[in-house]
Design a binder for this molecule. Structure first.
Ligand code: BGC
Length: 522
């Protein structure tokens, strides 16, 4: 990422260059990485609610499901192997994203994407042709490795390719492709579940091969980023590429800053221990807390298990999948709202509004489920109005997430880290996200079984905590160039004690050591 820049009067820095068709194309192809992540999030819940799939791989769950509605409905899906099927992927993704950070740095972003695509293809094929549970799990692990590589390299690739003015929009573009992936998976599940003979789940799982092929082939034609070329000593090649990407001849300013930034970051011997320095306390806190809170909204309970959840509260398989399609569409639409509003209304407003919205919905859903299912999980007859109320509030909840913690959970960390800690801090954000995605996926069905409707109140509690956290500790970052970000901490009532004046190392100050010496920072 660009480290310094050309500073003009208003404190904003500019580099010549435009959003060329070339860069747009490369970014669209690269964003397919989000699609494979989303497809996986959306596919497992639908598949695990298909009776033919359960009968074949998880017969005990299938039997419980077939028992009549007088038995405890909260516990019908409580099976550690079933949850392992969903959650193994995130554990694998966590491990491989750490490996991928070395590949991405030493061999370029492209190669990581290529690895990601290939591993993902292999996983999708093994899943599509699975005959035993172990094949399902091995397939999921391979998919997870693929996602680890893709999630590590794609956001980096996008940020480095994008002209700095469009970095925010492109960042949420990645989240948008995640939500589209989830929706596509849910729509396919809906149709494949109808296939006679009950083998539709093979198409659902094997279908992941399509986005995987796109990213595999895409990475073969995509150019590597100039930043990555410089990092690996290919300066001349990098300059030529930068000219092509930006669509202008004079790229020397940006190029010099890239070289300076690369030198600076190479001079830091221990990026991980560097992160522990006192002045990076606010960044480290946010790198950990933001992804932690994002997962504690409970969103993935809906994303992974929406059909299972709807089934539990009395919908038939078909209606459950349809409801999941509805929530998936709301997710995409509300992400578009976020793209529109994030730079107008600000991050804090969206975080707090989204939090309030989610909180109200969680309370209503808990009350509805509690009223009908009680503590013993036996609902009796479920009226139609009841189903409509539950689905409506789940949709309002998803919308609240999709314009707040969804995109901002990735955007805010990526924009607050100064260059010298950016890649290490970003790895922490990704890892924390994966760990908690794993934990939620692994324990949700057991929690539903034991906590019953109270489960929604647990997430509601965390939404209150995270909203207070944002209110007190998160400064507004709207409209502030990344390299100016130091000021938000310096003027913060709490964080200012960690970040002293002049001590804050950021892109701009680093840039001064090279081409920026003559520019005036106002
Ligand atoms: C989260 C995922 C979640 C998705 C839902 C992402 O930002 O990281 O865990 O499933 O949003 O749209």
């Amino acid at each position: 990422m660009a480290g310094g820049g050309f500073v003009v009067g208003d404190g904003q820095k500019t580099y010549p260059g435009k959003l060329t068709p070339f860069v747009l194309f490369t970014c669209v192809v690269a964003a397919m990485g989000g699609l494979i992540f989303g497809y996986d999030i959306g596919i497992s819940g639908g598949v695990t609610s298909m009776p033919s799939f359960l009968r074949r791989f998880f017969p005990s769950v299938y039997r419980k499901q077939q028992e009549d509605a007088t038995t405890n409905q909260y516990c019908q899906y409580d099976s550690p192997t079933l949850t392992l099927f969903t959650s193994s992927l995130y554990l694998a993704a966590l491990i491989s994203s750490l490996v991928a950070s070395t590949v991405t740095r030493k061999f370029g972003r492209r190669l990581s994407m290529l690895f990601g695509g290939i591993l993902f293809c292999a996983g999708a094929l093994i899943n599509g042709f699975a005959k035993h549970v172990w094949m399902l799990i091995v397939g999921r692990i391979l998919l997870g490795f693929g996602i680890g590589f893709a999630n590590q390299s794609v956001p980096l690739y996008l940020s480095e390719m994008a002209p700095y003015k469009y970095r925010g929009a492109l960042n949420i573009g990645f989240q948008l492709s995640i939500t589209i992936g989830i929706l596509v998976a849910e729509v396919l599940n809906y149709f494949f579940a109808k296939i006679k003979g009950g083998w539709g789940w093979r198409l659902s799982l094997g279908g992941a091969v399509v986005p995987a092929l796109i990213i595999t082939l895409g990475s073969l034609v995509l150019p590597d980023t100039p930043n990555s070329m410089i990092e690996r000593g290919k300066h001349e090649k990098a300059k030529t590429k930068l000219r092509r990407i930006r669509g202008v001849d004079d790229v020397s300013q940006e190029f010099d800053d890239l070289v300076a930034a690369s030198k600076e970051s190479q001079s830091i011997e221990h990026p991980w221990t560097n992160l522990l320095r006192r002045k990076y306390r606010p960044h480290l806190t946010m790198a950990i807390m933001i992804p932690f809170f994002q997962q504690l909204t409970g969103i993935n309970v809906i994303m992974f298990y929406a059909p299972v959840l709807f089934n539990t509260i009395g919908f038939t398989t078909d209606a459950s999948l349809m409801s999941a399609v509805v929530t998936g569409s709301v997710n995409v639409a509300a992400t578009l709202v976020s793209i529109y509003g994030v730079d107008k209304w600000g991050r804090r407003f969206l975080f707090l509004e989204g939090g309030t919205q989610m909180l109200i919905c969680q309370a209503v859903v808990a009350a509805c489920i509690g009223a009908k299912f009680g503590v013993d999980g036996t609902p009796g007859e479920l009226p139609k109005w009841y189903a409509i109320v539950v689905v409506t509030f789940i949709c309002i909840y998803v919308a609240g997430f999709a314009w707040s913690w969804g995109p901002l959970g990735w955007l805010v960390p990526s924009e607050i880290f100064p260059l010298e800690i950016r890649s290490a801090a970003q790895s922490i954000t990704v890892s924390v996200n994966m760990i908690f995605t794993f934990i939620i996926a692994q324990i949700f069905l057991t929690m539903l079984c034991h906590l019953k409707f109270g489960l929604f109140l647990v997430f509601a509690f965390f939404v209150i905590v995270m909203s207070i956290f944002v209110y007190i500790f998160l400064p507004e970052t709207k409209g502030i160039p990344i390299e100016e970000m130091g000021q938000v901490w310096r003027s913060h009532w709490y964080w200012s004690r960690f970040v002293e004046d002049g001590e804050y190392g950021n892109g701009l100050e680093m840039g001064k050591s090279s081409s920026n010496q003559g520019t005036k920072h106002v």
